[in-house]
Write a protein of this length. Structure first.
Length: 213
């Protein structure tokens, strides 16, 4: 099983394209963790890890919910939605993790996925410089996200439930992700979340902070 808690390391756009894209079904709300923890043992869950994640900064664009861009451990991380399964599970392809200061061409490509334009003249941009440049762009927002994640698997499908704080506002989440859509569907149903709306992080954050709604 892929270790989603592995050390965060830089990866080029070319190497990221070689990584297998996984589908994800994720839910947000209150009371979700009670549902999942009650169902996971009858589903024969195998415990993985508990991890308090370092704070992340999600970069939201009013113009798209299909470019997941965040900063963690000094890395600018991007995944882009490339499709969805017949069940509506979203498929995101990694596009790279770039160490700050980020090269101008790399940042411009990321901004193109966010569907916004910024004038960038320097050849390399620090995170603080990026925030200053983006401050005058009404289509972008920077949101601090903190997570306490409880990882497990159900029949080989990566699963988790998590406590999440979005600019300090607490919400619960749970998800399943896999390249095996049949096994994923069975896991989603076994955990009692199949009838809940499938909402990715970008949409959930926007709803909580009232951005672009």
């Amino acid at each position: 099983m892929v270790d989603t808690y592995a050390k965060n390391e830089a990866i080029s756009a070319a190497d990221a394209q070689k990584l297998a894209a996984r589908a994800e079904f994720r839910v947000f709300g209150q009371g979700i963790i009670d549902v999942v923890t009650e169902k996971m043992w009858p589903a024969h869950a195998t415990l993985f890890k508990v991890r308090v994640m370092p704070p992340e900064t999600y970069i939201l664009s009013k113009k798209t919910d299909e470019a997941n861009v965040k900063v963690r451990d000094g890395l600018l991380d991007i995944k882009v939605k490339t499709g969805q399964t017949p069940e509506g599970y979203e498929i995101f392809q990694p596009r790279g993790k770039f160490q700050f200061p980020v090269k101008r061409d790399e940042l411009l490509e990321i901004l193109s996925f966010l569907k916004v334009d910024l004038t960038i003249e320097a050849e390399e941009i620090s995170f603080d410089e990026f925030k200053r440049l983006a401050a005058d762009c009404p289509d972008l927002a920077f949101v601090t996200v903190e997570k306490k994640r409880y990882g497990f698997s159900v029949n080989g499908v990566i699963c988790e439930y998590a406590y999440v704080w979005l600019n300090g506002a607490q919400i619960e989440s749970a998800c399943c992700e896999s390249e095996d859509y049949g096994a994923m569907r069975a896991a989603v149903e076994a955990l009692g979340i199949a009838e809940m709306p499938n909402v990715n992080y970008l949409k959930a954050i926007k709803r909580v902070i009232g951005f672009g709604q």
